[in-house]
Design a protein. Structure first.
Length: 296
């Protein structure tokens, strides 16, 4: 079996550094395994390597944070790779790994990636790009990609929280027309996200929304502007706890949605910068990727 192991050496407070040799020794000890190892050095490198080389391998295994996984997924889809993907979480947050209930211990995750069973999951198409678990615009959505890797490594999840506080000082409202099937609505929001996950950034809790990763539906969350700090606090409490109701927060499910803005708007895709289109068309690609996440 030919395996490509691609990893981000600086992800997740350098977690991979302390586990790399045990993981490589384990992979190499498996019979009939021919292993190729690639350490990424810059942004988009994982995407380029996977897109170019994926079809030369029987299995791809990647290790890093959500950003690394995002790049690998895009590379796999655009190379028409139809085999399985193994994932060893090593980032600061690892939202999607939590949804998949992957082991936090990297050696155990490596064993699962090698010997576990694959599960087909849905992928999102965002214009001409792809995302695994979240596409979002508005307040807080730049938290991951404007927070430096050094800050993430030093402070972990606290880095995201501190950067998020800074976002409150520049809260902006976006006027947007939203098209879902034959329904068209228009309103103003400070935040919007389309998700396929139980949580986002360890801040937004979607566990009460009957989330399934393979049902052909994504959850859409839209947040209107609060009038004061009390309303802001109520919104935050609702999003973090996932309990109760809030008139300023709208949540629904769909397999396709289009956002039409009056201006170019920055988006994040899986915590990475996703461009600033004026129109964003999002569709579910049902069961488009096989990720190893279950024990035999």
């Amino acid at each position: 079996m030919k395996i490509l192991f691609i990893y981000n050496p600086v992800a997740g407070q350098l977690q991979i550094k302390n586990n790399l040799w045990s993981i490589l020794n384990y992979f190499s000890s498996e019979k009939k395994v021919k292993l190729t190892v690639h350490a990424t050095q810059k942004a988009k490198e994982a995407y380029k390597i996977v897109r170019k080389r994926a079809n030369k391998y029987d299995k791809i295994i990647c290790s890093g944070g959500d950003g690394t996984l995002h790049e690998v997924i895009n590379g796999l889809i655009k190379s028409n790779y139809n085999k399985t993907l193994g994932y060893i979480p090593a980032g600061s947050v690892n939202d999607f790994a939590t949804s998949l209930d992957l082991p936090k211990d990297m050696k155990k995750a490596a064993i699962l990636a090698m010997k576990g069973k694959p599960r087909k999951i849905d992928i999102g198409k965002f214009n001409n790009e792809y995302f695994l678990y979240v596409a979002a615009f508005g307040v807080f959505t730049d938290v991951s990609y404007v927070t430096t890797q050094e800050m993430k490594n030093l402070l972990g999840k606290v880095a995201y929280f501190l950067q998020g506080i800074n976002s409150l000082t520049s809260m902006k409202t976006y006027k947007v027309k939203i098209v879902v099937d034959d329904s068209i609505s228009e309103d103003e929001y400070i935040f919007g996200m389309v998700t396929n996950t139980l949580s986002v950034g360890s801040l937004y809790n979607l566990s009460n929304q009957d989330v399934l990763l393979d049902d052909g539906l994504f959850e859409v969350t839209l947040v209107k502007a609060p009038k004061d700090l009390i309303e802001l606090s109520n919104i935050t409490t609702y999003l973090v706890s996932g309990k109760g109701d809030n008139d300023l927060v709208k949540i629904f499910k769909t397999n396709n949605i289009e956002f039409i803005f009056d201006e170019q708007v920055p988006w994040t895709l899986d915590g990475e910068y996703g461009g600033d289109p004026q129109n964003a068309k999002i569709e579910v690609m049902e069961k488009a990727i096989e990720i190893i996440c279950e024990e035999h």
